[in-house]
Design a protein around this ligand. Structure first.
Ligand code: SF4
Length: 397
């Protein structure tokens, strides 16, 4: 069976982008019983629209119901699970035996995937969840490739692994730094990413950091495409991209990159150097943060940590297209560019198209020399047909 490429989405727009750029399945958070409350913009009506959109294109939608529930959290849960099942959600992702048991006792048709919040790192734990009738395990990120290979030999349950995205400095889901420093509960979706803040480092009373060089405890992001071929060889069921808070452009670049690599593997039995180079370029466009292969090579050492926060915001994404007619795109500006610049058209399918900005006007038809107002709507001549899934980007990288 072909591996599933599983992408995140924080709203309907990003879900559609993930699907158009090649995701096989998308995971989203409802407004109830989910972590990442700030990234959860899906009402039940939105979830239904998302499921219909995905199913029409033969893709799947999973909904996170992954909070760690306390006694007071159960009110309305049973009804919510029934509603998700009625609107044909393909699976929920949960972190609690109580929620798994509830879905199974209700005889609902949707699958239950055990969230990475459960920190499943071994075959014994997988076997436990299998006996409880879980349909899939989302493995902890903190598993080496060597251990994963052993696990894959010992289990018949579908295994989902992370391939790309942010990492925690602690075991994912077992961290209270944010709770302690900000009173925002990481296990209830409120993490303030306190591990990535800048800190002074003291030894006794000596401040060890140099001026302007504060220290962070944050991990590099995961970008494990160098392990992709090996993960496919041992038969993992699903490859997960982290990031429900990420932009539509980030999702488009990362999903397209993995789609290229996965398709190459199934067409040719391996991944070519040429496709790896193409994917590397897409990863660079999507993010400026330093990345590594996570735990796959072994327990990370200091090279997996980001000690300072000198990360520049990525400004390669310049505009998105909101309409197109007769060679003219109506665009919404995201970052600075100007008349006569050479830009790139980035589409879900096909090659990139490079063009010079020869005509840029506002909605009154007045020429605009410089586009530097975020969300400003402008009209621009483009050399090929574009659509609402097209991104206009810088030509470099
Ligand atoms: S503070 Fe950092 S390590 Fe802790 S949950 Fe948040 S992102 Fe993860």
């Amino acid at each position: 069976m072909k591996v599933e490429l599983l992408a995140p989405a924080g709203d309907l727009e990003r879900l559609k982008v993930a699907i158009e750029y090649g995701a096989d399945a998308v995971y989203i958070g409802g407004k109830q019983f989910s972590l990442r409350a700030r990234a959860s913009n899906f009402s039940l009506e939105d979830i239904k629209e998302a499921v219909d959109y995905a199913h029409q294109r033969n893709r799947k939608v999973f909904v996170t119901v992954n909070m760690i529930p306390h006694n007071s959290d159960f009110e309305g849960l049973q009804q919510y699970l029934k509603q998700l099942d009625e609107i044909n959600v393909d699976a929920i992702i949960c972190a609690s035996a109580a929620i798994l048991t509830m879905v199974k006792n209700l005889n609902l048709k949707m699958e239950v995937h055990i969230s990475t919040q459960q920190t499943t790192t071994n075959s014994v734990a997988i076997s436990y969840w299998q006996k409880k009738k879980a349909d899939r395990i989302v493995l902890a990120r903190e598993v080496t490739y060597k251990n994963l290979k052993e696990i894959m030999k010992e289990t018949t349950l579908p295994i989902e692994v992370f391939i790309h995205g942010g990492m925690c400095a602690n075991f994912s889901g077992r961290c209270v730094i944010s709770n302690m420093l900000t009173n925002r509960d990481a296990n209830r979706g409120g993490c303030a990413q306190s591990c990535r803040w800048s800190y002074h480092l003291y030894h006794n009373d000596n401040c060890l950091d140099k001026e302007d060089k504060l220290l962070s405890m944050g991990s590099k992001d995961m970008c494990a495409y160098d392990y992709l071929e090996r993960l496919l060889d041992i038969g993992v069921s699903s490859l997960k991209i982290e990031g429900r808070m990420k932009t539509a452009y980030y999702i488009a670049t990362v999903v397209k990159a993995y789609r290229l690599l996965i398709d190459d593997y199934y067409q040719n039995g391996k991944i070519s150097q040429e496709k790896l180079k193409e994917a590397e370029i897409l990863f660079k466009r999507g993010s400026n943060r330093e990345a590594f292969s996570g735990f796959y090579p072994g327990i990370p050492d200091v090279s997996g940590q980001i000690y300072n926060n000198d990360v520049q915001a990525n400004q390669s994404y310049l505009a998105n297209v909101i309409d197109y007619s007769d060679g003219v795109a109506t665009i919404e500006v995201r970052n600075y560019f100007k008349l006569n610049d050479t830009l790139r058209i980035f589409n879900p399918q096909g090659e990139d198209v490079y063009f010079e900005v020869t005509s840029l006007v506002d909605l009154d038809g007045e020429t605009v020399e410089i586009a530097n107002k975020p969300m400003q709507v402008l009209k621009m001549k483009v050399p090929v047909e574009v659509n609402t899934f097209t991104f206009i980007t810088k030509s470099e990288v």
